[in-house]
Design a protein around this ligand. Structure first.
Ligand SMILES: Cc1cc2nc3c(=O)[nH]c(=O)nc-3n(C[C@H](O)[C@H](O)[C@H](O)COP(=O)(O)OP(=O)(O)OC[C@H]3O[C@@H](n4cnc5c(N)ncnc54)[C@H](O)[C@@H]3O)c2cc1C
Length: 398
Protein backbone atom coordinates (compact mmCIF):
# COMPACT_ATOMS: atom_id res chain seq x y z
CA UNK A 1 0.00 0.00 0.00
CA UNK A 2 1.44 3.38 -0.89
CA UNK A 3 0.05 5.94 1.48
CA UNK A 4 0.71 9.61 0.91
CA UNK A 5 2.83 11.40 3.46
CA UNK A 6 3.01 15.14 4.10
CA UNK A 7 6.09 16.53 5.81
CA UNK A 8 5.48 20.10 6.91
CA UNK A 9 8.66 22.07 7.48
CA UNK A 10 11.72 21.81 5.22
CA UNK A 11 14.48 22.01 7.85
CA UNK A 12 16.89 19.24 8.90
CA UNK A 13 14.23 17.24 10.79
CA UNK A 14 11.64 17.34 8.00
CA UNK A 15 14.13 16.65 5.23
CA UNK A 16 15.61 13.67 7.11
CA UNK A 17 12.10 12.26 7.57
CA UNK A 18 11.47 12.79 3.85
CA UNK A 19 14.73 11.02 3.01
CA UNK A 20 13.96 7.92 5.08
CA UNK A 21 10.39 7.67 3.79
CA UNK A 22 11.13 8.33 0.12
CA UNK A 23 14.14 5.97 0.36
CA UNK A 24 11.66 3.24 1.31
CA UNK A 25 9.51 4.06 -1.72
CA UNK A 26 6.87 6.19 0.00
CA UNK A 27 5.16 9.11 -1.69
CA UNK A 28 6.29 12.21 0.16
CA UNK A 29 5.47 15.89 -0.25
CA UNK A 30 7.44 18.46 1.76
CA UNK A 31 5.49 21.66 2.44
CA UNK A 32 7.57 24.70 3.39
CA UNK A 33 6.28 28.19 4.03
CA UNK A 34 9.45 29.98 2.85
CA UNK A 35 10.45 30.36 -0.80
CA UNK A 36 13.36 27.93 -0.24
CA UNK A 37 14.27 25.05 2.07
CA UNK A 38 16.61 24.77 5.03
CA UNK A 39 17.15 28.44 5.77
CA UNK A 40 18.07 27.94 9.42
CA UNK A 41 20.36 25.08 8.43
CA UNK A 42 22.12 27.47 6.06
CA UNK A 43 22.39 30.01 8.87
CA UNK A 44 23.98 27.34 11.07
CA UNK A 45 26.50 26.96 8.27
CA UNK A 46 27.63 30.53 8.78
CA UNK A 47 29.13 29.45 12.09
CA UNK A 48 30.95 26.51 10.50
CA UNK A 49 28.05 23.98 10.67
CA UNK A 50 28.80 21.97 13.75
CA UNK A 51 27.00 18.78 12.71
CA UNK A 52 27.50 16.66 15.80
CA UNK A 53 30.02 15.79 18.51
CA UNK A 54 32.54 12.95 18.77
CA UNK A 55 32.49 12.52 22.56
CA UNK A 56 31.60 9.27 24.30
CA UNK A 57 27.94 8.39 23.58
CA UNK A 58 26.90 8.33 27.25
CA UNK A 59 28.27 11.81 27.81
CA UNK A 60 26.68 12.87 24.51
CA UNK A 61 23.19 11.75 25.56
CA UNK A 62 23.66 13.45 28.94
CA UNK A 63 23.86 16.83 27.20
CA UNK A 64 20.10 16.76 26.69
CA UNK A 65 19.49 17.04 30.43
CA UNK A 66 15.95 16.12 31.46
CA UNK A 67 15.05 15.16 27.86
CA UNK A 68 17.93 12.65 27.60
CA UNK A 69 15.72 9.70 28.50
CA UNK A 70 13.22 10.62 25.80
CA UNK A 71 15.87 11.07 23.14
CA UNK A 72 18.21 8.18 23.97
CA UNK A 73 16.45 5.56 21.80
CA UNK A 74 16.23 7.93 18.88
CA UNK A 75 19.90 8.84 19.19
CA UNK A 76 20.88 5.18 19.43
CA UNK A 77 19.00 4.56 16.19
CA UNK A 78 20.65 7.53 14.48
CA UNK A 79 24.00 8.08 16.16
CA UNK A 80 26.62 10.82 15.73
CA UNK A 81 28.59 8.28 13.64
CA UNK A 82 25.51 7.77 11.42
CA UNK A 83 25.19 11.52 10.93
CA UNK A 84 28.86 11.82 10.01
CA UNK A 85 28.56 8.90 7.56
CA UNK A 86 25.45 10.48 6.08
CA UNK A 87 27.25 13.78 5.42
CA UNK A 88 30.19 11.92 3.91
CA UNK A 89 27.79 9.93 1.75
CA UNK A 90 26.60 13.22 0.32
CA UNK A 91 30.17 14.02 -0.74
CA UNK A 92 30.98 16.19 2.28
CA UNK A 93 34.02 14.89 4.17
CA UNK A 94 34.05 15.83 7.84
CA UNK A 95 36.69 16.49 10.48
CA UNK A 96 36.76 16.51 14.26
CA UNK A 97 37.83 19.87 15.71
CA UNK A 98 40.06 20.19 18.78
CA UNK A 99 36.98 20.45 21.01
CA UNK A 100 35.61 17.14 19.66
CA UNK A 101 32.98 18.89 17.54
CA UNK A 102 32.34 17.48 14.07
CA UNK A 103 32.21 19.80 11.03
CA UNK A 104 32.10 19.34 7.26
CA UNK A 105 35.50 20.17 5.81
CA UNK A 106 33.96 23.02 3.81
CA UNK A 107 32.61 24.51 7.08
CA UNK A 108 29.49 25.32 5.10
CA UNK A 109 25.93 24.07 4.88
CA UNK A 110 25.21 25.04 1.28
CA UNK A 111 27.11 22.23 -0.53
CA UNK A 112 25.60 19.67 1.85
CA UNK A 113 22.07 21.04 1.42
CA UNK A 114 22.46 21.13 -2.36
CA UNK A 115 23.58 17.51 -2.53
CA UNK A 116 20.84 16.50 -0.08
CA UNK A 117 18.03 18.18 -2.02
CA UNK A 118 19.32 16.58 -5.24
CA UNK A 119 19.16 13.16 -3.56
CA UNK A 120 15.62 13.80 -2.31
CA UNK A 121 14.62 14.91 -5.79
CA UNK A 122 16.02 11.68 -7.24
CA UNK A 123 14.08 9.73 -4.61
CA UNK A 124 10.89 11.36 -5.91
CA UNK A 125 10.14 13.81 -3.08
CA UNK A 126 7.81 16.63 -4.13
CA UNK A 127 8.66 20.06 -2.73
CA UNK A 128 5.99 22.69 -2.26
CA UNK A 129 7.45 25.99 -1.08
CA UNK A 130 5.48 29.11 -0.05
CA UNK A 131 2.98 26.78 1.61
CA UNK A 132 2.17 28.18 5.03
CA UNK A 133 0.38 25.52 7.06
CA UNK A 134 -2.40 26.88 9.28
CA UNK A 135 -4.00 23.78 10.81
CA UNK A 136 -6.77 21.35 9.95
CA UNK A 137 -10.32 21.93 8.72
CA UNK A 138 -13.40 20.14 9.97
CA UNK A 139 -12.84 17.40 7.38
CA UNK A 140 -9.39 16.71 8.86
CA UNK A 141 -7.55 18.13 5.84
CA UNK A 142 -4.39 20.20 6.12
CA UNK A 143 -5.15 23.84 5.44
CA UNK A 144 -2.60 26.28 4.03
CA UNK A 145 -2.69 30.08 3.83
CA UNK A 146 -4.63 31.03 0.71
CA UNK A 147 -7.08 28.16 1.22
CA UNK A 148 -5.33 25.21 -0.47
CA UNK A 149 -5.95 21.93 1.32
CA UNK A 150 -4.29 18.50 1.28
CA UNK A 151 -5.42 15.14 2.56
CA UNK A 152 -2.36 12.98 3.22
CA UNK A 153 -2.66 9.61 4.95
CA UNK A 154 0.07 10.56 7.41
CA UNK A 155 1.62 13.89 8.41
CA UNK A 156 4.94 14.76 10.00
CA UNK A 157 5.20 18.20 11.57
CA UNK A 158 8.80 19.46 11.63
CA UNK A 159 8.12 23.15 12.10
CA UNK A 160 11.16 24.12 14.16
CA UNK A 161 11.42 26.30 17.24
CA UNK A 162 10.62 29.98 17.63
CA UNK A 163 13.95 31.77 17.34
CA UNK A 164 15.22 33.66 14.29
CA UNK A 165 11.65 33.92 12.99
CA UNK A 166 12.79 35.61 9.80
CA UNK A 167 14.25 32.25 8.70
CA UNK A 168 10.78 30.70 8.76
CA UNK A 169 10.32 29.10 12.19
CA UNK A 170 8.24 31.47 14.27
CA UNK A 171 6.48 29.05 16.61
CA UNK A 172 3.03 30.10 15.33
CA UNK A 173 2.18 26.38 15.25
CA UNK A 174 2.02 26.39 19.06
CA UNK A 175 -1.34 28.15 19.01
CA UNK A 176 -2.70 25.70 16.41
CA UNK A 177 -1.57 22.65 18.39
CA UNK A 178 -2.75 24.07 21.72
CA UNK A 179 -6.22 24.39 20.19
CA UNK A 180 -6.01 20.69 19.29
CA UNK A 181 -5.38 19.85 22.94
CA UNK A 182 -1.64 19.15 22.53
CA UNK A 183 0.31 19.74 25.76
CA UNK A 184 3.07 22.30 25.23
CA UNK A 185 5.88 23.64 27.40
CA UNK A 186 6.29 27.41 27.02
CA UNK A 187 8.98 28.59 24.59
CA UNK A 188 12.14 29.97 26.11
CA UNK A 189 15.35 31.12 24.49
CA UNK A 190 18.11 28.49 24.69
CA UNK A 191 21.70 29.11 23.74
CA UNK A 192 21.15 32.84 23.90
CA UNK A 193 22.95 35.64 25.63
CA UNK A 194 22.28 37.42 28.92
CA UNK A 195 22.11 41.10 29.68
CA UNK A 196 24.81 42.75 31.78
CA UNK A 197 24.77 46.34 32.92
CA UNK A 198 28.21 47.21 31.49
CA UNK A 199 29.56 50.69 32.07
CA UNK A 200 29.21 52.79 28.87
CA UNK A 201 32.99 52.99 28.49
CA UNK A 202 33.48 49.22 28.76
CA UNK A 203 30.62 48.53 26.37
CA UNK A 204 31.87 50.96 23.79
CA UNK A 205 35.44 49.73 23.90
CA UNK A 206 34.98 45.98 24.14
CA UNK A 207 31.61 44.94 22.62
CA UNK A 208 32.20 42.17 20.09
CA UNK A 209 35.48 40.96 21.61
CA UNK A 210 35.99 37.35 22.70
CA UNK A 211 37.18 36.08 26.06
CA UNK A 212 39.09 32.99 25.03
CA UNK A 213 40.07 29.96 27.12
CA UNK A 214 38.20 31.05 30.24
CA UNK A 215 36.32 29.01 32.80
CA UNK A 216 32.80 30.09 33.64
CA UNK A 217 31.12 29.03 36.88
CA UNK A 218 27.60 29.20 38.18
CA UNK A 219 26.50 27.34 41.28
CA UNK A 220 28.39 24.09 41.29
CA UNK A 221 29.02 23.95 37.55
CA UNK A 222 32.23 25.13 35.93
CA UNK A 223 32.87 24.99 32.21
CA UNK A 224 35.85 25.90 30.12
CA UNK A 225 35.28 27.65 26.82
CA UNK A 226 34.78 30.98 25.22
CA UNK A 227 32.45 33.92 25.81
CA UNK A 228 31.92 37.09 23.83
CA UNK A 229 31.24 40.53 25.27
CA UNK A 230 28.18 41.97 23.54
CA UNK A 231 26.84 45.50 23.76
CA UNK A 232 23.82 44.13 25.60
CA UNK A 233 25.75 41.71 27.82
CA UNK A 234 27.48 38.40 27.24
CA UNK A 235 27.07 35.45 24.87
CA UNK A 236 29.11 32.55 23.43
CA UNK A 237 29.61 28.82 23.90
CA UNK A 238 30.45 28.71 27.61
CA UNK A 239 27.50 30.99 28.41
CA UNK A 240 25.13 28.91 26.29
CA UNK A 241 26.21 25.74 28.03
CA UNK A 242 25.06 27.19 31.35
CA UNK A 243 22.04 28.94 29.90
CA UNK A 244 19.30 26.61 31.24
CA UNK A 245 20.56 27.03 34.83
CA UNK A 246 21.12 30.77 34.41
CA UNK A 247 17.65 31.28 32.95
CA UNK A 248 16.10 29.49 35.92
CA UNK A 249 18.17 31.48 38.43
CA UNK A 250 17.20 34.78 36.81
CA UNK A 251 13.53 33.79 36.68
CA UNK A 252 13.66 33.02 40.40
CA UNK A 253 15.86 35.80 41.79
CA UNK A 254 15.80 38.52 39.11
CA UNK A 255 19.53 38.17 38.46
CA UNK A 256 22.32 35.60 38.52
CA UNK A 257 26.05 35.91 38.99
CA UNK A 258 28.57 33.98 36.92
CA UNK A 259 32.22 33.87 37.88
CA UNK A 260 34.87 34.02 35.23
CA UNK A 261 38.31 32.54 35.79
CA UNK A 262 40.52 34.36 33.30
CA UNK A 263 43.42 31.94 33.79
CA UNK A 264 41.93 28.49 34.43
CA UNK A 265 45.19 26.82 33.43
CA UNK A 266 47.00 28.29 36.44
CA UNK A 267 46.35 27.82 40.13
CA UNK A 268 45.99 30.92 42.25
CA UNK A 269 49.42 30.20 43.72
CA UNK A 270 51.06 29.90 40.29
CA UNK A 271 49.43 33.14 39.23
CA UNK A 272 50.46 34.85 42.48
CA UNK A 273 54.06 33.73 41.89
CA UNK A 274 54.01 35.37 38.45
CA UNK A 275 52.65 38.58 39.94
CA UNK A 276 55.15 38.57 42.79
CA UNK A 277 57.69 40.85 41.18
CA UNK A 278 58.56 44.51 41.52
CA UNK A 279 56.29 46.80 39.53
CA UNK A 280 58.78 49.63 39.18
CA UNK A 281 57.00 52.59 37.74
CA UNK A 282 54.55 50.49 35.69
CA UNK A 283 50.86 51.30 35.78
CA UNK A 284 48.65 48.45 37.04
CA UNK A 285 47.45 47.79 33.49
CA UNK A 286 51.00 47.51 32.12
CA UNK A 287 52.02 45.33 35.04
CA UNK A 288 49.08 42.97 34.50
CA UNK A 289 49.71 42.86 30.78
CA UNK A 290 53.36 41.94 31.27
CA UNK A 291 53.24 39.75 34.36
CA UNK A 292 49.99 37.85 33.72
CA UNK A 293 49.65 38.41 29.95
CA UNK A 294 46.17 39.89 30.40
CA UNK A 295 44.62 41.51 27.33
CA UNK A 296 43.10 45.01 27.48
CA UNK A 297 39.65 43.34 27.50
CA UNK A 298 40.59 41.13 30.45
CA UNK A 299 41.97 44.10 32.38
CA UNK A 300 38.82 46.08 31.54
CA UNK A 301 36.67 43.20 32.77
CA UNK A 302 38.63 42.99 36.03
CA UNK A 303 37.92 46.66 36.62
CA UNK A 304 34.24 46.32 35.68
CA UNK A 305 33.88 43.58 38.28
CA UNK A 306 36.27 44.59 41.06
CA UNK A 307 36.40 48.39 40.69
CA UNK A 308 39.02 50.57 39.06
CA UNK A 309 41.31 50.33 42.11
CA UNK A 310 41.81 46.57 41.91
CA UNK A 311 42.04 44.50 45.12
CA UNK A 312 45.49 43.84 46.58
CA UNK A 313 45.19 40.09 45.88
CA UNK A 314 45.35 40.34 42.10
CA UNK A 315 45.72 36.59 41.58
CA UNK A 316 42.46 35.93 43.41
CA UNK A 317 40.77 38.72 41.47
CA UNK A 318 41.87 37.23 38.12
CA UNK A 319 40.70 33.77 39.16
CA UNK A 320 37.27 35.04 40.19
CA UNK A 321 35.64 37.80 38.16
CA UNK A 322 31.96 38.02 39.17
CA UNK A 323 29.57 39.24 36.47
CA UNK A 324 25.95 39.93 37.34
CA UNK A 325 23.47 38.88 34.68
CA UNK A 326 20.31 40.93 34.90
CA UNK A 327 18.15 39.33 32.23
CA UNK A 328 17.81 36.81 29.43
CA UNK A 329 18.11 37.88 25.79
CA UNK A 330 14.88 37.22 23.94
CA UNK A 331 13.99 34.42 21.56
CA UNK A 332 14.59 36.52 18.48
CA UNK A 333 18.36 35.92 18.41
CA UNK A 334 18.63 32.71 20.43
CA UNK A 335 20.29 29.83 18.61
CA UNK A 336 17.56 27.43 19.71
CA UNK A 337 14.28 27.23 21.55
CA UNK A 338 13.51 25.36 24.75
CA UNK A 339 9.91 24.25 25.23
CA UNK A 340 7.46 23.03 22.60
CA UNK A 341 5.51 19.78 22.24
CA UNK A 342 5.88 17.89 25.51
CA UNK A 343 7.03 14.29 25.35
CA UNK A 344 3.90 13.19 27.21
CA UNK A 345 1.85 14.62 24.33
CA UNK A 346 3.37 12.07 21.90
CA UNK A 347 3.49 8.28 22.02
CA UNK A 348 6.64 6.15 21.77
CA UNK A 349 6.58 6.70 17.99
CA UNK A 350 6.49 10.51 18.28
CA UNK A 351 2.83 10.50 17.17
CA UNK A 352 0.57 13.13 18.72
CA UNK A 353 -1.83 11.45 21.12
CA UNK A 354 -4.38 14.18 20.42
CA UNK A 355 -4.10 13.73 16.64
CA UNK A 356 -3.44 10.15 15.52
CA UNK A 357 -1.56 9.95 12.23
CA UNK A 358 0.34 13.17 12.95
CA UNK A 359 3.99 12.84 14.02
CA UNK A 360 6.34 15.48 15.41
CA UNK A 361 10.12 15.85 14.95
CA UNK A 362 12.97 18.27 15.48
CA UNK A 363 13.30 21.39 17.54
CA UNK A 364 9.55 21.74 18.01
CA UNK A 365 9.74 18.94 20.60
CA UNK A 366 10.42 19.97 24.20
CA UNK A 367 14.17 19.40 24.57
CA UNK A 368 17.17 21.62 24.70
CA UNK A 369 20.90 21.13 24.54
CA UNK A 370 24.01 23.27 24.43
CA UNK A 371 25.78 24.15 21.21
CA UNK A 372 28.29 21.55 20.07
CA UNK A 373 26.31 19.72 17.38
CA UNK A 374 23.68 18.39 19.79
CA UNK A 375 20.91 20.47 18.21
CA UNK A 376 21.24 19.20 14.67
CA UNK A 377 21.90 15.65 15.89
CA UNK A 378 18.60 15.52 17.78
CA UNK A 379 16.72 17.09 14.85
CA UNK A 380 18.08 14.50 12.41
CA UNK A 381 17.53 11.64 14.87
CA UNK A 382 13.92 12.53 15.67
CA UNK A 383 13.16 13.12 11.96
CA UNK A 384 14.52 9.65 11.17
CA UNK A 385 12.66 8.14 14.16
CA UNK A 386 9.27 9.53 13.12
CA UNK A 387 9.80 8.30 9.56
CA UNK A 388 10.86 4.80 10.67
CA UNK A 389 7.85 4.60 12.97
CA UNK A 390 5.61 5.33 9.98
CA UNK A 391 7.36 2.65 7.93
CA UNK A 392 7.13 0.14 10.77
CA UNK A 393 3.39 0.48 11.15
CA UNK A 394 2.83 -0.56 7.53
CA UNK A 395 2.91 -4.13 6.26
CA UNK A 396 6.11 -4.48 4.30
CA UNK A 397 7.71 -1.62 6.22
CA UNK A 398 11.02 -1.80 8.10
C1 LIG B 1 22.64 31.22 14.07
C2 LIG B 1 22.40 29.76 14.30
C3 LIG B 1 23.47 28.88 14.28
C4 LIG B 1 23.26 27.51 14.53
N1 LIG B 1 24.33 26.67 14.49
C5 LIG B 1 24.15 25.36 14.77
C6 LIG B 1 25.24 24.44 14.72
O1 LIG B 1 26.36 24.80 14.31
N2 LIG B 1 25.01 23.15 15.10
C7 LIG B 1 23.78 22.72 15.50
O2 LIG B 1 23.64 21.55 15.87
N3 LIG B 1 22.71 23.54 15.47
C8 LIG B 1 22.87 24.84 15.13
N4 LIG B 1 21.80 25.69 15.11
C9 LIG B 1 20.46 25.13 15.43
C10 LIG B 1 19.85 24.36 14.26
O3 LIG B 1 20.00 25.08 13.07
C11 LIG B 1 18.37 24.09 14.55
O4 LIG B 1 18.25 23.44 15.78
C12 LIG B 1 17.75 23.21 13.44
O5 LIG B 1 17.78 23.89 12.20
C13 LIG B 1 16.31 22.85 13.78
O6 LIG B 1 15.85 21.98 12.79
P1 LIG B 1 14.30 21.73 12.55
O7 LIG B 1 14.21 20.97 11.28
O8 LIG B 1 13.69 21.18 13.78
O9 LIG B 1 13.69 23.18 12.37
P2 LIG B 1 14.05 24.36 11.33
O10 LIG B 1 15.42 24.21 10.80
O11 LIG B 1 13.70 25.60 12.03
O12 LIG B 1 13.06 24.08 10.14
C14 LIG B 1 11.67 24.22 10.29
C15 LIG B 1 11.07 24.61 8.96
O13 LIG B 1 9.65 24.66 9.10
C16 LIG B 1 9.17 25.78 8.37
N5 LIG B 1 7.87 26.16 8.94
C17 LIG B 1 7.61 26.66 10.18
N6 LIG B 1 6.30 26.88 10.33
C18 LIG B 1 5.70 26.50 9.16
C19 LIG B 1 4.35 26.48 8.71
N7 LIG B 1 3.35 26.89 9.48
N8 LIG B 1 4.09 26.04 7.45
C20 LIG B 1 5.12 25.60 6.65
N9 LIG B 1 6.40 25.61 7.02
C21 LIG B 1 6.70 26.04 8.28
C22 LIG B 1 10.23 26.83 8.58
O14 LIG B 1 10.17 27.82 7.58
C23 LIG B 1 11.51 26.00 8.53
O15 LIG B 1 12.07 25.94 7.24
C24 LIG B 1 21.96 27.04 14.81
C25 LIG B 1 20.88 27.92 14.79
C26 LIG B 1 21.09 29.27 14.53
C27 LIG B 1 19.91 30.20 14.52
Amino acid sequence: MNETIAVIGGGPAGLMAAEVLSGAGRTVTVYERMPSLGRKFLMAGRGGLNLTHSEDFRAFVGRYGPAAEHLRRRLEAFTPADLTAWAEGLGQPTFVGSSGRVFPRTLKASPLLRAWLARLDRQGVTFRTRMDWRGWNAAGELVFAGGETARPDVTILALGGASWAKLGSDGAWAQTLAEEGVALAPFEPANGGFTVDWSPMFRERFAGQPLKAIALSHGRRTLRGEAVVAAYGIEGGAVYALSADLRAAIAQAGSATVEIDLRPGLTREQLAARLDRPRGGQSTATFLRKAAKLSPLEIGLLREAHGVALPADLAAAIKRVPIRLTGTQGLARAISTAGGVRFDAVDENLMLKARPGVYVAGEMLDWEAPTGGYLLQACFATGAAAARAILARQPGGE
